[in-house]
Structure formats: structure tokens, C-alpha cells
Design a binder for this molecule. Structure first.
Ligand code: LMR
Length: 399
């Protein structure tokens, strides 16, 4: 019966991470998947999360199904973090927010909603974008196109080309944007560039779908969400997928949220209902545990302060590692290749390494980066950064 089923070629990120786990070499370094490791190379459990978890364990309660839209306290906290607690659209009750299974779940529920109510619309993602964006949107039946984004010659942004392409899209097209810490390139729009993009989206009557998986990893929680608030203030039709995987170090708990900014409270209620119907069709309702942890941390003043402080430390450590590898490569690779480690922001740097160089890094040096050349700099630490720099220098020299 299943003879005709072809083998799965694997996922460029998750399968490589699984290969890494099986690699027996003691000097292996995982810079593939977007996971933050601490300076000891360990996946951190944040203090605030540990406290919230201990409190939850002391008060284990029954676990019925959550509503299709998720835990109310979590939905409110997630919305406040994305838009700002005092945002006018929140006060007016015109943002439909629901809990989703991670950021990927938010993208899928949003994609299903768009496919159903904008059947003629196509989506444009950045070139390049997170590999799974295309998979999720095509999986929902949308046609996926790209707009120019990354300039491989400079390691920067092709902003003029990006604006030009977006400025010519058909009305009601969907434009997928990364709020901060662009995945995979680490190249973001500046505030001035966001301000230039907003009227183009408005004039062309486009739908902005913002993916914000790294809030707090670029600059601050507020600065990283500035573009979302700019778009909401301008009245651009706006959908936001957000995630607590990285900034709470809660990857496996799958804590995400989807928000749609509407014109009125009544419109938001209708939209929320249809998002719930998409959730029901996909997985019925979201899980309880991670959502309780996040909601309890965000709604408790002292736990929240502790979380924000620890997140700032993580962000600073990533910046320090960027500096370390930048120094380690001095005089060993050309300046265009070296400068990007400090110019790009967030968890990822697009190294500019070729597929063959990436393959040599893995097979000869046990250093794992993605085939595209994306490196997760959040996997660097004081003990491995020097080795990684030497390994890169060796494969670039062809030595
Ligand atoms: C990544 O880009 O590495 C992460 O977002 C993990 C994933 O699911 O791909």
C-alpha cells in the first residue's frame, strides 16, 4: 500500500540538528538550529521560569481542554508584549489574539485564515527567508513568491529593490516581514526604512504578516517590536505571529500567539472566531503548561523583572560572541566576510560560506552551520569561538 511513498529528504534545520545529536565527536559545535545556549554550552532554564514552574508544581490542578483560542491570561500577556500594554488598539478591543502551538502554529493558522478569506492573494517572502516559511505557506495552499532582500556582495540589505518590488504588488497581496533579527541573514530594516515601507504597503493596499520570533534578542523588547506598533498605528492591515520559544527558552513548550489587528471590536470578534475555526481544523486547542508558565511570569512584577534582566544578559552575550568571532577572524578572511559578524543582529549571521565550505566545516571540523551558510551565533561560547574561527579560516583558505 505504501510502496509509492518517497523518502523524506529531511528538513534543512531540524534534520541537521538531529544529525548533530548523533555525531560522536567530542569537539562538535552546534551552530545550526536557532537555539540560545549559555556560555557553558547549556540550554538555559531561565530563573523566572524555574520559579513559575515550582509554584505551578505546588498547585497542580485539573487539566481540561483549553478554549480553542487558548488561555485568556496568556493571550492578554502575549498581546501586551507585542503591541505595548497601553496601545490604543488593545484598549479598543480590536486586536484578535489567540494562543498557538509555537510561532510555526501561528504562521499556519494565519496562513489558513488568509487562504480561506483572500483566496486570490499570493504571499511574498524575503529572499532568502526562514526555510520553513515557504513550507508552511505552500502547505496552506498559498503561492509563495519572493521580494529582494539580502545583498550577498555587501552582507547588507537591498532596500531600494525591496521597496520597488513591494510597490508593484497586486492589491491584497500578503507581505511576510521579519520584525527583528531576520532569519536567516541577521539583516534588519532600520527605523527609517520601516517608516519608508509603511506608506508603500498602505498605497498598494497590502496585508503585512509580521513574524516576530526573536523579540528581545535584537535591541530591547520595545525596540524590537517598534515596527509592529508603527504598522498598527498607521492602520496597515496587520497580522503578527509571535513566539516565546527563544526569549523564554521554552522551545519544546511551543508557546506562540497570532494577532490580527482589526478596524473595530466587532470585526475582531468575527476574525477571532474564524481563527478559532482554523485552530479546530488543525489541532483543536493548544496545550496548557507552557502557556501557564509564560502568563504567570509576565503577570508577576518581580518574575517579569527577573525575566527581562536575564533576557538582556542573553542578548549581551550574543553581542559579545559576535565581537569575539569577529576578532578571531581578523586577517584570516576578507573584511566583507568578517564585518557581517558585528553588523548583523540577533541569533543569526549569514556567513557567506559556500555549500562546499559548510560541508567541510561539518565533516572535517565537526562545526555545524546550515547549508545556506547561516550560523547561529547564539551557539558560540568562550570555549568554542576560537576553534570555530580557526575552522572557518581553514575552510576559507582551502587549507
Ligand atoms: C531556526 O530557524 O533554526 C529555528 O526557528 C528553529 C526551527 O524550527 O527552524
Amino acid at each position: 500500500m505504501f510502496d509509492h511513498i518517497p523518502a523524506y529528504p529531511g528538513d534543512p534545520i531540524l534534520s541537521l540538528n538531529e544529525d548533530f545529536q548523533l555525531d560522536p565527536r567530542p569537539n562538535k559545535v552546534n551552530l545550526s538550529i536557532g537555539i540560545y545556549f549559555d556560555d557553558a554550552g547549556k540550554l538555559p532554564v531561565m530563573d523566572a521560569v524555574r520559579h513559575a514552574e515550582t509554584a505551578l508544581l505546588g498547585a497542580i490542578g485539573p487539566r481540561s481542554y483549553l478554549p480553542m483560542a487558548g488561555l485568556p491570561l496568556y493571550r492578554d500577556a502575549a498581546q501586551a508584549l507585542v503591541f505595548g500594554a497601553d496601545h490604543e488598539a488593545r484598549a479598543a478591543g480590536r486586536i484578535a489574539t489567540l494562543q498557538t502551538i509555537g510561532g510555526s502554529g501561528a504562521l499556519k493558522v494565519g496562513a489558513d485564515f488568509l487562504k480561506r478569506y483572500f483566496p486570490a492573494s499570493q504571499i511574498w517572502i524575503s529572499d532568502p527567508s526562514w526555510e520553513n516559511h515557504r513550507v508552511v505557506f505552500e502547505g496552506a495552499g498559498l503561492t509563495v513568491n519572493t521580494y529582494p532582500y539580502y545583498d550577498e556582495h555587501t552582507g547588507g540589505l537591498r532596500f531600494a529593490d525591496m521597496i520597488d518590488t513591494i510597490g508593484r504588488l497586486p492589491e491584497q497581496s500578503i507581505v511576510l516581514l521579519h520584525a527583528c533579527c531576520h532569519n536567516p541573514t541577521g539583516v534588519d530594516l532600520s527605523p527609517a526604512q520601516w517608516a519608508e515601507l509603511v506608506p508603500v504597503l498602505q498605497r498598494r493596499k497590502l496585508i503585512a504578516f509580521v513574524d516576530m520570533a526573536y523579540q528581545g534578542f535584537g535591541a530591547s523588547l520595545e525596540e524590537d517590536a517598534a515596527c509592529v506598533r508603527l504598522l498598527a498605528d498607521a492602520g496597515v492591515p496587520l497580522i503578527v505571529a509571535s513566539s516565546f520559544s527563544k526569549n523564554f527558552s521554552l522551545y519544546g513548550e511551543r508557546c506562540g500567539a497570532l494577532s490580527v489587528v482589526c478596524k473595530s471590536k466587532e470585526e475582531a470578534a468575527r476574525v477571532l472566531g474564524q481563527l478559532m475555526s482554523a485552530v479546530r481544523a488543525n489541532y483543536s486547542n493548544p496545550p496548557t503548561h507552557g502557556a501557564r508558565l509564560v502568563a504567570n511570569v509576565l503577570s508577576d512584577t518581580s518574575l517579569r523583572a527577573s525575566w527581562e534582566a536575564e533576557l538582556a544578559t542573553m542578548r549581551e552575550r550574543i553581542l559579545a560572541m559576535r565581537g569575539t568571532i569577529h576578532e578571531g577572524l581578523a586577517g584570516r578572511v576578507d573584511e566583507v566576510m568578517r564585518a557581517r559578524y558585528v553588523a548583523q543582529r540577533g541569533m543569526f549571521t549569514y556567513t557567506g560560506l559556500s555549500e562546499a565550505q559548510v560541508e567541510r566545516l561539518r565533516s572535517e571540523y565537526a562545526v555545524y552551520v546550515l547549508r545556506s551558510g547561516r550560523m547561529c551565533v547564539a551557539g558560540l561560547n568562550a570555549s568554542n569561538a576560537g576553534y570555530v574561527a580557526s575552522s572557518i579560516a581553514a575552510v576559507v583558505a582551502g587549507a
